[in-house]
Write a protein that binds this ligand. Structure first.
Ligand SMILES: [Zn+2]
Length: 275
């Protein structure tokens, strides 16, 4: 579930709170650890990260990357259900906690994952992390022209093109709905049907939606990085509510194992699959 805006806010907090700290203990907690922790080095999470000092934390797409004063790298891809948490030893652990990193000051960084859909990798090379190398560019690092060029090979529904990660990184189901609402584009229109002006609108909507969302999430999340503030959304998960722009009841379509929300008035077109 965390997408670019949430992970960017998490990264900012972690940068303030854990950079420079040394991990004193690494505790893997079963059964979730067995499902989400992936050691690509065979060196062992505990062996490799005990006494390691966190040097940098970066975000790339929907991944967080931790670098240490040792060769090992920690790469976290929380997918739909994974969350990070800052805590102290006194704070109750979430049931599906997979790993706890304890620092010298007894504060902790934890990863928990209710459905064990995410992955926490230990690696010495990000090229070995699944889905990492095929990722498209960061949305904020791509020009209008580059965006247009990148979309060209894709012919399918525009929502699918945005969320697949290899056209542009960091956008998932929720923010794709929000971006397409801002762009006033029906999520199931084919990329090939979009005019040049519509692609332009989409580019602008990606920039403004993601940037504005980071601002809001930063404030609402604070240091509670396990929270996922989304009340401010305009359409996503707002089925049956009024479109903030025109008042039309927000539609919901279940397709491709996910829910899509949009406004039929603001985002016309896209008659599909008999719906
Ligand atoms: Zn509307």
């Amino acid at each position: 579930m965390p997408e670019l805006p949430e992970l960017e806010a998490v990264r900012e907090v972690l940068n303030k709170r854990v950079i420079g700290k040394k991990i004193e203990r690494v505790e893997l907690i079963q059964p979730t650890a067995a499902l989400v922790m992936r050691d690509l080095t065979r060196g062992g999470f505990v062996e490799s990260l005990t006494d390691a000092k966190i040097k940098t934390i970066a975000r790339r797409g929907k991944f967080l990357l931790f670098d240490f004063d040792k060769p090992a790298q920690l790469v976290i891809n929380p997918k739909l259900t994974g969350r990070l948490q800052l805590a102290t030893g006194k704070d109750k652990r979430y049931k599906k906690t997979a790993v706890v990193f304890t620092f010298a000051d007894e504060t902790e960084l934890r990863y928990f994952d209710d459905k064990a859909m995410g992955q926490v990798y230990l690696t010495d090379d990000t090229q070995r992390v699944p889905d990492f190398t095929r990722m498209g560019p960061e949305p904020f690092e791509i020009t209008r022209e580059q965006f247009r060029e990148r979309l060209k090979p894709y012919r399918g529904e525009i929502k699918g093109v945005l969320t697949r990660g290899d056209s542009v990184a960091g956008i998932g189901n929720a923010y794709a709905d929000e971006i397409l609402w801002h762009a006033e584009l029906h999520p199931f229109r084919k990329r090939t049907q979009l005019t040049s002006e519509e692609i332009e609108r989409l580019y602008d909507a990606i920039q403004t939606t993601l940037r504005e969302s980071i601002e809001i999430v930063r404030v609402e999340m604070g240091e509670n990085i396990h929270l996922k503030p989304r009340d401010f959304f305009n359409v996503h998960m707002k089925t049956g509510e009024a479109c903030p722009r025109c008042g039309t009841t927000i539609s919901e379509i279940s397709a491709h194992q996910r829910i899509t929300n949009f406004c039929r008035t603001c985002q016309p077109g896209g008659l599909i699959r008999g719906m």
